[in-house]
Design a protein around this ligand. Sequence first.
Ligand code: AHR
Length: 661
Amino acid sequence: MKLNLITKITLCGLLLNGFYGQAQKTNLVVNTSNTVTKIQPTMYGVFFEDINFAADGGLYAEMIKNRSFEFDTPLMGWEQPNSDTHSFNNESGIATTIKALENKTNPSFCRVLVKNDTGFEMINVGFRGMGIKKDAQYNLSLKAANHNGAIKKIIIQFIDKDKKVLGETSIVPTSNDWKEYSAQLTAIQTEAKAQLKITFEGTGTIDLDMISLFPEDTWMHRKNGMRKDIVQLLYDMKPGFLRFPGGCIVEGRTLAQRYQWKKTVGDVAKRETLINRWNTEFSHKPAPDYFQTFGLGFFEYFQLAEDLGAQPLPILSCGMACQFNTGELVPMEELDPYVQDALDLIQFANGSVETPWGRVRSEMGHPKPFNLKFIGVGNEQWGPDYIARYKVFEKAIKDKYPNMTIVSGAGPFPEGDYFDYGMQELKKLNAEIVDEHYYKNPQWFRENATRYDNYDRKGPKIFAGEYAAQSVAIASPDNKNNWECAFSEAAFMTGLERNAEVLNLTSYAPLMAHEEAWQWTPDLLWFNNLEAYGSANYYVQKLFATNRGTDLINITKDGKPVTGQNDLYASAVKDVVSKEVIVKLVNTSATTQEVNVDLKGSKLASKGTLTTLTSANLEDENSFANPKNISPTESEIKVKNNNALTSLPAYSVTVLKIKMK
Ligand code: AHR
């Protein structure tokens, strides 16, 4: 048979296509019967730090900024539009602050002189406004001392930018002395940028403090509660642990500004306000109004961990201020109070109600222990000063609480002198769990899926405590939570999972950011005053965490782990409780890949599910306008003779789940 040239070329093309078509079908073999190691319940957790207005103005549902007038500028957040604060002859009245030092932790209050009983108004601007929802109820409380009963009524209103009233209530202040009052407002309209206006009937002087406003509908309807929508996103992830309160915030720019947990428990009104270290950290994102009221304090973090079903993982200052800032050091001979804070924290969490700190916990409403198992010493510390201090903490904690697992840190970078020195010294000390941090470009994440393959199985366990792919540069304000970053993290996470013998805890960082008040990007969740959504990275984390499994099993291609050959990454687990085999597959290439998963060792159901996260473009993101742009879709997959054949879309993360009979 004679063939013309075009036919020859076409045939040749078909043959080549066939050849490559076959070559592109990758066969992966899963051995379901051999457990490599157990997957720790803590494998996938969350890292919480009060950065990006994550606590005040975020998770903590308080809507009033500077409720107790303790910011460095005591009237920050409060406006008095009808008052000429530079003149004694102002028409309507004036609010000033007074610092009464006998109230050690909450010394300032606001003294209001009302001269004209219709004109004077105080307005709280909220955290870049207040988000109010139509028909929702809001609980207001305040303390007032009404001098000589001069003020007849305090009128409290939601207003919008045009001063339209969106909800109203009032309080009759009945006492000359300090007294607490409360009232409820209902919003008549949804508004993202509401403010709270306070006016007065009567003329004279009234003192005000702790002016507080919470939605009624907080998480679990708790007073002093948290935003329900944000906690729900965390809850849906089923995190294995909750690390708190950071991050660098643990260390402080100076020692005086370090996080001191004892100042964050007990009566909310007595918790001492402190500047937030992220207030001034980045000149490109100054946040002069960023303070910590600690209304969200250690009790609330423990309670949140319990609500989430997560192990609490507090990290404490080890007597070293942030080494990127002042690096202030506590002399070794003055370290005792810091060590005592750690011991007392364990008592606060786990001690009986007869112990001093157990009693504090109990009086706050939680007589049962919080079952603390882990405690972290220092955040991103490095050098011999850290090792010297770590040793002191380790001895004191282990002497008193031998079963407590201590988390130490390898510094801010995943390689280099600080890292090598820290790791080497911590290994010598038989450290139990070492925290590693990596903020790197997406390519690094793809290339480092094998990072832990050669880690010593008998050495310290690893806590991948802070990581996130940076699309531009570390902490660049132009970084995006884009799809390339998210699937690159997924590729890397198959490496974490494959090395679960070493990796016991992992978490993305930072956790969340306010749309308008952030300092650091990328972040796992984004919120404004009305809404919150998960980034593409969130869905990757959620997919891994909700498909954690109980036992690591092997998945190989040509007998080797799947670590980027043909841009394909994979890990596999089984869940002995739900009796499922779960395979995670990441295709980082720009083309679809045919994959056959050959599951040996168990009888399997004839069909399974595929959960897929994918998006066409590397730059794609989720947003307030399109919060589920990149989110999982589910489909069914047939399983024939223990083989599951599927097409992995370009740039995709897929979870294959099949019941074991
Ligand atoms: O996640 C933001 C910061 O990055 C953390 O506070 C710190 O530990 C790290 O440098």
